[in-house]
Design a protein around this ligand. Sequence first.
Ligand SMILES: Nc1ncnc2c1ncn2[C@@H]1O[C@H](COP(=O)(O)OP(=O)(O)O)[C@@H](O)[C@H]1O
Ligand SMILES: [Mg+2]
Length: 251
Amino acid sequence: MLDLNDICMTFHPGTVNERRALDHVSLHLNDGDFVCVLGSNGAGKSTLLNAISGALQADTGTIVLDGIDLSGRPEHVRSRYMGRLFQDPMRGTAPDMSIVENLGLAYIRGKRMGLGRAIRRQDRVFFRERLAMLGLGLEDRMDQPVGLLSGGQRQALTLLMATIVTPKLLLLDEHTAALDPKTAAVVMELTQKIVSEHHITTIMITHNLRQSLEYGNKMIIMNEGRIVSLLEGEEKQNITIPRLLEMYDLV
Ligand SMILES: Nc1ncnc2c1ncn2[C@@H]1O[C@H](COP(=O)(O)OP(=O)(O)O)[C@@H](O)[C@H]1O
Ligand SMILES: [Mg+2]
C-alpha cells in the first residue's frame, strides 16, 4: 500500500546548522494499517510526514502509494491521494467561509472537479449526513462561518474535509494535542470511526502514550531521524506504558 524506501533528508547541508532529519527511513504499510508514531521532540516525525505529503522533498529515496510512484512529485499532486491534519485546529479550514463552503471545496478538490463547480442540492444532503455523523450538531449550522466554531469542532470538520473523498492515506500530526482532554477524546473517537469505516491507511503522530496503545495496529518509534522500532500484532497489543518508557526516552 505505502512503501517508503530509504528516505534521507538533511536541512542546511554543508553549513554549521546541518541537520539530518531523516536518516535512511524505510517503511512498508499494508492497506488499512493504522500506525502510531512516537518519538521525542526533534526525532523527525513531522519531517517524515512532510516528506510523504510533499511539503518537503526528500533528498533521496522513493515513495510509492498504492502502486503510484510519488517520488519527486509536488505536494498538490500528492494531496489528491492524501488527507492531512495538524495540531493547530485553525489550520485546514477557511474561517470566513461557511461549513458547507469549506466542505464543498474539499469535495471538489478530492473529486478533481473544476473549482468553478457549484455546490449542488445533493451535495448539501450528503454533507448534512456526514456532519450529523460527527454528533456535534454541525449539520444545523451549515451556513455559519467556520470561524465561529470551537477548536474541537473545527478539528472535527477538518477531519471530515480530509476524508470527504476517501483518501488513500491519512496523515495526522498530533491532531488532538491542542484540544482539551474531553474534546481530544471526542476527536480521537471520530478519527477511529472514520478510519475504520472507510478502511483508510493512517499514520498518526502522537505524544500521548495511552493513545498510542489504544489506537492502531502498528507502532513505530523514531529517534534521530531513524525508525528504531516497529511493533505490530501481539507485540503492539501487549506493550505497556512502563515498558515503552523503559525502552525509549519518550519525552
Ligand atoms: N524546516 C526546517 N528547517 C530546518 N530544520 C528543520 C526544519 N524542520 C525540522 N527541522 C529539524 O529537523 C529535526 C526533526 O524535526 P521534526 O521532524 O520537526 O521533529 P519532530 O516532529 O519529531 O519533533 C529537528 O532537529 C528540527 O530542528
Ligand atoms: Mg513534530
